[in-house]
Design a protein around this ligand. Structure first.
Ligand code: ATP
Ligand code: ZN
Length: 217
């Protein structure tokens, strides 16, 4: 019999842009679950695996701490957290970019105009690294959400935010100036020691994910 404490625990975003595609991928490689909409911890029916459904922001830390062995999360979140985890694979969903955007008709037309300006963002670490790499100095205003309205509220002059189609920026009178980080979903693994059983299971899943990705193309 299997001790539940030895289950491979995988962190998945509970409800958001990555949820359905991650669950589709897990089912696509043969894992079977029931009732994952209702519970936070979901047992897999045919493997010694369980899913922990949490906010995406918590995933890098849970994997770093070894609370979860694996996690599916945006590269943007992993990089912003500077999480000590191993990136096993990039996956071709959740594709987006962190970009600088400024009011359309304003005086900031390129990244070079950012000196002395205020930048609103939910990604202070990635934004600061970008500024440093360009030798620019600007004030970072960290907001947890609704960053795109910060210029209109005069909280900031420009923003950095995640963009996929650009529709949200456009709707808020902003234009994209420059990409500072390209993102996609990543499968990450804890750096804490794992049992041989868990390592073997992870290897098996990686092979299946590879097969699944090839079959999708
Ligand atoms: P949670 O409640 O889990 O904290 P959230 O609101 O932070 O959810 P989502 O909006 O569901 O997160 O986005 C999750 C991830 O999806 C992002 O971190 C990013 O990797 C990816 N993503 C892809 N396209 C976009 C986009 N246009 N805007 C925001 N995130 C995107
Ligand atoms: Zn989040």
């Amino acid at each position: 019999t299997l001790d539940s404490s030895t289950s491979l625990r995988i962190a998945v975003q509970k409800s958001g842009r990555l949820t359905d595609k991650t669950l589709n991928l897990l089912e696509g490689i043969g894992l079977k679950f029931d009732d994952y909409k209702r519970s936070l911890l979901v047992k897999c029916r045919n493997f010694d695996v369980e899913l922990l459904l949490i906010r995406d922001d918590d995933i890098p830390e849970y994997v770093e701490d070894g609370v979860c062995d694996l996690g599916f999360v945006g590269a943007n979140t992993v990089a912003e957290d500077e999480a000590d985890v191993t990136i096993l694979r990039g996956l071709d969903y959740g594709v987006c970019r962190l970009s600088i955007a400024a009011p359309k008709a304003g005086d900031i037309q390129s990244a070079a105009d950012l000196n002395g300006k205020r930048i609103a963002t939910s990604y202070p670490v990635l934004t600061r690294k970008f500024l440093e790499s360009k030798g620019l100095s600007a004030d970072i205003v960290t907001l947890s959400g609704s960053v795109e309205i910060a210029p209109r509220l005069e909280i900031a002059d420009v923003i950095t935010d995640l963009v996929s189609t650009g529709g949200t920026l456009k709707a808020n009178g902003l234009q994209e100036l420059e990409t500072i980080f390209d993102s996609e979903t990543q499968l990450v693994k804890t750096n804490k020691p794992l049992s041989e059983g868990k390592q073997a299971l992870i290897e098996k899943f990686l092979q299946r994910i590879e097969g699944y990705q090839k079959a999708e193309k």
